[in-house]
Design a protein around this ligand. Sequence first.
Ligand SMILES: [Cu+2]
Length: 129
Amino acid sequence: MFAIWFGMIRTHVFRNTLIAVFCVLFLGAEAQAHSKLLTTEPADGAVSVASPSEITMAFNKPLRLVQMSVTGPSGDMQMLDLGDQIAVLSDNFSIAVPELSAGDWSVSWSALGGDGHAMRGSFTFHIQP
Ligand SMILES: [Cu+2]
């Protein structure tokens, strides 16, 4: 009786351990499979003397950019027109931006990874008056 009961616990523990190990391996592989933002122009934290004419982003693996916006010193968010780069599988994007005023700007983007998972990120730069 005790042996059977103990056996059930062991089976459950064993099963849960297997599930845990599987999850760690799976999630680890997931994280590695995702695209990573390598460089941007303007670079994150850059101080510029002029408004950039475009913002570029380079990723280590192709993804589909679905949305990009800039938020300026006034706090107003402007959606950027992705044009023919929207949802195109690529590892490099150059998106035109309107004339930006002096101050702190943050860029937000969202994308679909090559595996279809949603991704997002942001970076900032500063334009000197
Ligand atoms: Cu994923």
